[in-house]
Design a protein around this ligand. Structure first.
Ligand code: HEC
Length: 136
């Protein structure tokens, strides 16, 4: 009887220990994910949160901007690598966001139609680039 009770307590402690280990493993992962968004889903959220969607449509994804001057980014995954000789698609999109004035994309309707420099940190930039270059 006493032995069984000890076994019961022992297995209860084991379950508690395993639960704590599991929570310990999951919680830091979730915290890291929140601090460094890098998935295309985060990029989509940022596309709206940073105001990109106020200018750019991505009609292939059903995203429609209220204005028509700035280029639609639907074909960006195919075209980005061809924009600037020597720049990979990733580098081209990073440059487009960090320093929009360094190159004017062919889809821009006229010279007054310029892209502003927006505040984007390194991890936000990675997430936006992943989203913009993901196959449609
Ligand atoms: C006020 C309007 C406006 C906003 C807001 C804006 N853009 Fe732009 N964007 C433009 C215009 C205009 C161009 C074309 C001229 C140029 O290349 O600089 C452009 C060009 C681009 C290009 C190059 C497109 C190509 O086909 O080569 C990318 C990529 C881009 N924008 C991404 C973004 C992202 C990401 C955001 C949000 C962080 C954003 N833009 C916010 C107006 C805007």
């Amino acid at each position: 009887m006493r032995r069984e009770l000890l076994d019961l307590v022992g297995s209860g402690l084991l379950v508690a220990g395993l639960t704590l280990a599991l929570v310990g493993a999951l919680v830091p992962a979730a915290a890291t994910e929140g601090a460094t968004p890098s998935s295309t889903a985060d990029g989509r959220t940022l596309f709206f949160a940073k105001g990109c969607s106020g200018c750019h449509s991505i009609s292939a994804l059903g995203i429609r901007a209220p204005v028509s001057g700035p280029p639609d980014l639907s074909k960006l995954p195919d075209e980005a690598a061809t924009r600037r000789p020597g720049l990979t698609s990733t580098d081209y999109v990073r440059e487009s966001i960090l320093a929009p004035a360094s190159f004017v994309a062919p889809g821009a309707s006229d010279a007054t139609n310029v892209m502003p420099v927006l505040a984007v940190n390194a991890s936000e930039l990675d997430a936006l680039v992943a989203f913009l270059l993901a196959p449609r």
